[in-house]
Ligand binder design. Structure first.
Ligand code: NAD
Length: 239
């Protein structure tokens, strides 16, 4: 049986599917990932992106942080693609229990997914670091330079920067979903960012399907590896 047929058959016969994904899920929506050839890490800046989007850099140089963040990490025009819609459909059918994502773009929710665990936060939630007031992504885009609250405090995105820890409640929920899953679909992630990548270790079943454009360090652990574009693949099987 070829890979896509196997994937289709597993999806049809599983009842507790969990999806775990990353930036590659949104490239077909026009949002560049980090590590592909045309990804953010292969473009040239004054500082490497890992440096700019770190906690210490944000504190030391918020102006430069926000210049990069607004130009390279916010995509207000992006719309969900077939991968997002396929996963939302599987949830509506009662087959898929949760989407666990490293993405911060909110596109799973925009496609209709309800149980979305955002390991690295979301660009759609922003809070004043002084008074805690909520601001939208549009408020951040509209602000000139460093976004500031009415109270004068700096507004910070609810996005996990390098050197910052993950939310334990979200992480624990992700572990619980993956431990209980009868099928785990992993896709659009280089599986190099920890602790997120380590979540796969909690899967105990024999239907681990990995869909990615390039080879990952976990390919040998998967029961099925499909190389290709996740939107095209999930779209053709599910939609
Ligand atoms: P990554 O950039 O390290 O890896 C992306 C992987 O997806 C690569 O292996 C690439 O080959 C693959 N890929 C790209 N397009 C694909 C497609 N259409 N179909 C299948 N595979 C595809 O991304 P990562 O593993 O998610 O880790 C990087 C970090 O980047 C995450 O922590 C995330 O928070 C952040 N990030 C998020 C966004 C977003 O929210 N959309 C965008 C860029 C980076």
């Amino acid at each position: 049986m070829d890979g896509q047929m196997q994937l289709k058959q597993w999806i049809e016969t599983s009842r507790n599917i969990v999806f775990f994904g990353g930036a590659g899920v949104s490239t077909e929506s026009g949002i560049p990932d980090f590590r592909s050839q045309d990804g953010l890490y292969n473009q040239q800046y004054k500082y490497p992106p890992e440096t700019i989007i770190s906690h210490s850099f944000y504190l030391k140089n918020p102006e430069e942080f926000y210049r990069f963040y607004k130009n390279k990490m916010l995509f207000p025009e992006a719309r969900p693609n077939a991968a997002h819609f396929a996963l939302a459909k599987l949830e509506q059918e009662g087959k898929l229990k949760a989407v666990i994502t490293q993405n911060i773009d909110g596109l799973h929710q925009a496609a209709g997914s309800r149980e979305v665990l955002e390991l690295h936060g979301s660009v759609h939630r922003n809070y004043c670091t002084r008074c805690g007031k909520f601001y939208s992504m549009e408020d951040v885009i509209k602000a000139d330079g460093i976004p500031r609250c009415d109270c004068g405090g700096i507004i910070k995105p609810d996005v996990v920067l390098y050197e910052e820890g993950l939310d334990m409640e979200t992480l624990n929920k992700a572990v619980a979903y993956i431990s209980d899953a009868d099928m785990l679909i992993v896709g659009g992630t280089s599986l190099t960012v920890y602790p997120a990548a380590g979540l796969i270790d909690y899967y105990r079943g024999s239907r681990l399907a990995l869909i990615n454009k390039t080879v990952t360090p976990m390919d040998s652990r998967a029961n099925l590896v499909i190389s290709g574009k996740i939107g095209e693949i999930l779209g053709s099987i599910v939609l």
